[in-house]
Ligand binder design. Structure first.
Ligand code: PNS
Length: 161
């Protein structure tokens, strides 16, 4: 059985992330979505909120599970006995950062963890969680950018602030 981990902050999950998830389950038997629990990044949503959002968003997609993780990704992958990481590449600007992390993870894991990259579908190439938050903060409709279930959560978050 071929498994892979799709890690990220998912603050919040976007349609770009969902596109990568849907394509990943066509390649792997099992995909574990790993949500980083990292307060240093001052996320808008608590890790449990992000996990719940993702669980809702991936309902109906088979062979996907969602879990939070803290610390190093290589340790989470080891704990799960998974040897492949999936990351989406939007543009050349993502490349340098992604290459560094992928090579670092491979080296530190003792060449036990490889990263494969899926190119983001063109329709989502401009999309990021950061831009979604910025738009939502100023009242721009983000219906086209995130799963429908996320919209009321974003609205509530900015109303509460
Ligand atoms: O969605 P993001 O914020 O681009 O995801 C980044 C993520 C979670 C994949 C990356 O920050 C990560 O793996 N963090 C866990 C800590 C770690 O293993 N770092 C690797 C060496 S810097």
């Amino acid at each position: 059985m071929k498994s892979a981990i799709y890690p990220g902050s998912f603050d919040p999950v976007t349609n770009g992330h969902l596109d990568i998830i849907k394509r990943s389950v066509n390649i792997f038997d099992e995909v574990i979505i790993a949500v980083l629990n990292n307060n240093e990044k001052s996320p808008l949503f608590l890790v449990q909120e992000r996990v719940n959002m993702l669980k809702e968003a991936v309902k109906g997609i088979p062979n996907v599970s969602v879990e939070a993780f803290s610390g190093l990704l290589i340790d989470f992958a080891k704990q799960k006995d998974v040897h492949v990481i999936i990351r989406g590449l939007r543009a050349v600007t993502d490349f340098e950062y992604e290459l560094q992390i992928a090579q670092g993870n491979r080296k530190v894991s003792g060449e036990d963890l490889d990263t494969i990259f899926l190119t983001t579908s063109l329709e989502y190439a401009y999309l990021s969680s950061s831009t979604v938050k910025e738009y939502a903060k100023y009242g721009v409709c983000v219906k086209e950018f995130v799963p429908e279930s996320i919209i009321p959560l974003l609205e509530k978050k900015f109303k509460d602030r």
